[in-house]
Design a protein around this ligand. Structure first.
Ligand SMILES: *Cc1c(COP(=O)(O)O)cnc(C)c1O
Length: 389
């Protein structure tokens, strides 16, 4: 199997599994109880909090564990919107956010908030001047992702954040896809809130975190017990949190070296495709892009068909976002960067990870040209184009 869909999810690192395992069995205690197995679980959660904080340059008490990256995004948007309602009911997001942000924004619109969706250029970049013009006196939050999950474009978050702060507006960034791939420092970026998810960095599914800068006013989404200092009720997912901590520790240690290795593999794949297949377009920013991601439009055919054909040969990639692949709409990200619906439909995302090798890339380069040419032979658009030639 050649797995090239690491932006959808990653396999658990064996070291992560080994760190988690005791907390499913002998160390099963509830962190809120006072006797020793509870205290042990509490200590493990706090140790993990420190490691996740270290991954982004935060203080441990600024990290709240959540159920997933989507919950972190929900908490950032709704939590800030609800806590600052008297000041204003306007928020700003980019038009290429993950659905966890976009659909939360749409929900807030439904209950009386106003949302501005910022455009992006053809590389997927938000212009800080567009943000400056969009901020109003009743704006309470700006949310712009650090790196895009579909095309890998990295936003100028430091600049965007300082534009927000000039006008006294809080800034959230979804760093779920950037974490473990780029160095992140919340002090350097200046952000007030930042979302993370364990399963995108070789940790378990079902655990995320929200960084909340000390002093930021925010409402909880989950009410109940006093866990997470009253910011997120519910008995902690101890094993999951421990796994997240271990994954964060490994990411911090290995990221720099891995990013170089993975970028080389990604470039080898991308160059190989450009050399072997005509009428392809690479989407995303040429330089400001995640090291592991390449999104490619294969004109005249459907991305879905390419994915299925590749899967039947044991190669796994995806068409943009895992979340929209059950609808017929072309990806909102590809539409926002200005692709036509036809070209958007022909796009495939290859996202590499730390378990990929040069052999994986070579195998893909062996199979893909054949898959594309078979599909094109069946495509009336492709035939018409060749007649016109
Ligand atoms: C995967 C992803 C999410 C959602 O994280 P989950 O833990 O799967 O809920 C949010 N934002 C981005 C950019 C993602 O890639």
């Amino acid at each position: 199997m050649v797995y090239l869909d690491n932006n959808a999810t990653t396999p658990i690192d064996r070291r992560v599994y080994e760190a988690m395992s005791p907390y499913l069995f002998e160390k099963f205690g509830n962190p809120s109880t006072l006797y020793s197995i509870g205290a042990e679980a509490r200590a493990a959660v706090e140790e993990a909090r420190k490691r996740v904080a270290d991954l982004v340059g935060a203080r441990p008490d600024e990290i709240v564990f959540t159920g997933c990256g989507s919950e972190s995004d929900n908490m950032a948007l709704k939590g800030v919107a609800f806590a600052h309602m008297e000041r204003g009911k306007h928020i700003i997001v980019s038009s290429i956010e993950h659905h966890a942000v976009l659909n939360t924004a749409a929900y807030l619109e439904k209950i009386g908030f106003e949302v501005t969706y910022l455009p992006v250029d053809r590389y997927g970049m938000v212009d800080p001047d567009d943000l400056r013009r969009a901020i109003r006196s009743d704006t309470v939050l700006v949310s712009i992702m650090l790196a895009n999950n579909e095309i890998g474009t990295i936003q100028p978050v430091k600049e965007l954040c300082s534009v927000s702060h000039e006008k006294g507006v809080l800034f959230h960034t979804d760093a779920v896809q950037a974490a473990g791939k780029l160095k992140i420092d919340v002090e350097e970026l200046g952000v007030d809130l930042l979302s993370l998810s364990a399963h995108k960095i070789y940790g378990p599914k079902g655990v995320g975190a929200l960084y909340i800068r000390k002093g930021t006013k925010i409402h909880p989404l989950i009410h109940g017990g006093h866990q997470e200092r009253g910011r997120r009720a519910g008995t902690e997912n101890v094993a999951g949190i421990v796994g997240f901590g271990k994954a964060a520790e490994i990411a911090l240690q290995e990221m720099e070296e891995e990013a170089v290795r993975i970028a080389e593999l990604r470039d080898r794949l991308e160059m190989g495709i450009l050399e072997r297949i005509e009428d392809v377009i690479v989407n995303g920013h040429p330089e400001r892009r995640l090291p592991n991601t390449t999104n490619i439009s294969f004109c005249y055919i459907e991305g879905e068909a390419i994915i299925l054909k590749l899967a039947s040969r044991g190669i796994y990639a995806s068409t943009g976002s895992a979340c929209s692949s059950d609808t017929l709409e072309p990806s909102h990200v590809l539409m926002a960067i200005g692709l036509s619906p036809e070209v958007g439909h022909g796009s495939v995302r290859f996202s590499l990870g730390k378990f990929n090798t040069a052999d994986d890339v070579d195998r893909t380069l062996e199979v893909l040209p054949e898959v594309v040419s078979n599909l094109r032979e069946m495509s009336p658009f492709w035939r018409r184009k060749n007649v016109q030639r």
